[in-house]
Design a protein around this ligand. Structure first.
Ligand code: ASP
Ligand code: MG
Length: 418
């Protein structure tokens, strides 16, 4: 069996859904499970909606109306007005209506997951209905009954034993009857609440299903021809890799390459399932294959940009050395506040770390650190990671920028710049 994943960009409008149907039609003789994200920028819009609701902002209704109108417009382009899908979508949105009538629950992340998940519930209903309408027999599956997580809202941790048992029990028989369309990014708790797996988590969903069902491969359909050495939004003359090893792909996602969700590769690597990254606008082109042993040709270095970085330096108030005890206290605070370190460096008197800015987490971290350390920081920085670098190319990248921190190992160079 095969697992396909279609991200938001691939289903951003009616034409995208028609294109998706054309792609999967070519595989109709195969067993196929299709994971779909929310349409276009819906997740961002629902994030805004959640914030507006919790803040009691007057923009709430306008944001909500826009989300509904966007989906309604797509529906009118794909279906006759009498099609039951119109009602189904209205009923799915009703969950948000009920929610926002009440006072917000005090756990923001809980509220977030209950609202933001509607994006995937709606998109998969639309895709499944459209595939059925075009004659591709398709079943819609509520993923929340299959991917079990703890109640760590917004970053649910998958309970693999439960998840595997449920998937293996039901999904093979469903795949015998036709294609299965399900939501990326979502999970369910044992109390039947909805969780999400972290932004861009649909790739991870695809890899969970593939690992549990021992799929032949996972294909993620993208708006790029495969994995490129750099983001074409920022660089000209990018090259595509035909093959990459799991290890290289893990390194790339670790440093912030946004083509694949960081948690995606491990389950595939453990089960030796290849991951194909292909273009939904050129579906017959080869794309990139990620597998155990790959002949990667690093003619050009891999360049990964991470924006919105903070570089923070700590030193002890009494000028003592930064000791292992200090480091242990510091890391405890980072971990408690869910701030992940991207680069770090120590000197005798200071410890410097670079991380992504999440304002609420950052505030809490700062207040924790400030009680024991002198803290200085810069924000709005960019972390450039270059794998398989050449010194000359590195120079070129940073020439016109102010370098605040540099760290170089055999394969990887990291520079924090202003
Ligand atoms: N819709 C979610 C997001 O935009 C999940 C995904 O696209 O993978 O983050
Ligand atoms: Mg997406």
């Amino acid at each position: 069996m095969l697992v396909f994943k279609f991200g938001g960009a691939s289903v951003k409008d009616a034409a995208g859904i028609v294109n998706l149907a054309q792609i999967v039609k070519k595989y109709s003789h195969q067993k196929l499970l299709i994971v779909v994200s929310a349409m276009g920028k819906t997740t961002n819009a629902l994030e805004k909606l959640t914030k507006a609701y919790v803040d009691g902002s007057e923009n709430l209704n306008a944001i909500y109306a826009e989300v509904k109108e966007y989906h309604h417009h797509i529906l009118t382009e794909l279906f006759e007005p009498s099609h039951p899908i119109f009602n189904q979508i209205a009923n799915t949105f009703v969950e948000i209506d009920w929610m926002i009538e009440e006072e917000p629950h005090d756990d923001y992340d809980f509220v977030y997951d209950q609202i933001v998940s509607i994006g995937e519930l709606v998109s998969t209903r639309i895709v499944a209905a459209y595939l059925n309408q075009t004659g591709i027999k398709t079943q819609w599956l509520d993923v929340r009954g299959y991917i079990h997580t703890d109640n760590n809202y917004r970053e649910g941790n998958v309970d693999w034993n439960k998840t595997r048992a449920n998937i293996q029990q039901d999904i093979p028989a469903l795949l015998d009857k036709g294609m299965v369309v399900t939501q990326g990014f979502l999970g369910g708790t044992s109390e039947n609440f909805t969780t999400t797996l972290g932004r861009e988590g649909s790739d991870y969903t695809a890899s969970i299903f593939a690992a549990c069902l021992d799929a032949e491969s996972v294909t993620t359909w993208k708006d790029v021809p495969g994995i490129l050495n750099a983001d074409p939004k920022f660089f000209d003359d990018t090259i595509k890799f035909d093959e990459l090893s799991y290890a290289e792909a893990i390194e790339m996602t670790y440093y912030g390459a946004s083509v694949i969700h960081p948690k995606t590769i491990k389950p595939l690597q453990n089960a030796k399932i290849p991951l194909l990254v292909k273009s939904f606008t050129d579906p017959d082109a080869e794309g990139t294959i990620i597998k155990e042993t790959a002949v990667a040709n690093f003619k050009k270095p891999v360049i990964i940009l991470k924006q919105n970085q903070v570089l923070l330096s700590l030193s002890a108030r009494d000028y003592s050395f930064i000791s292992e005890d200090h480091l242990s206290d510091i890391f405890k605070l980072f971990s408690q506040n869910q701030v992940k370190v991207n680069v770090m460096q120590t000197s005798a008197l200071s410890f410097t770390v670079c991380f992504d800015l999440y304002p609420e987490r950052f505030e809490k971290l700062l207040s924790g650190l400030s009680s024991n350390f002198k803290v200085r920081y810069n924000d709005n920085l960019t972390l450039i990671t270059v794998r398989h670098y050449k010194v000359s190319a590195l120079k070129e990248l940073t020439d016109d920028k102010i370098v605040l921190l540099e760290q170089i190992s055999r394969n990887t160079a990291q520079v924090v710049v202003k």
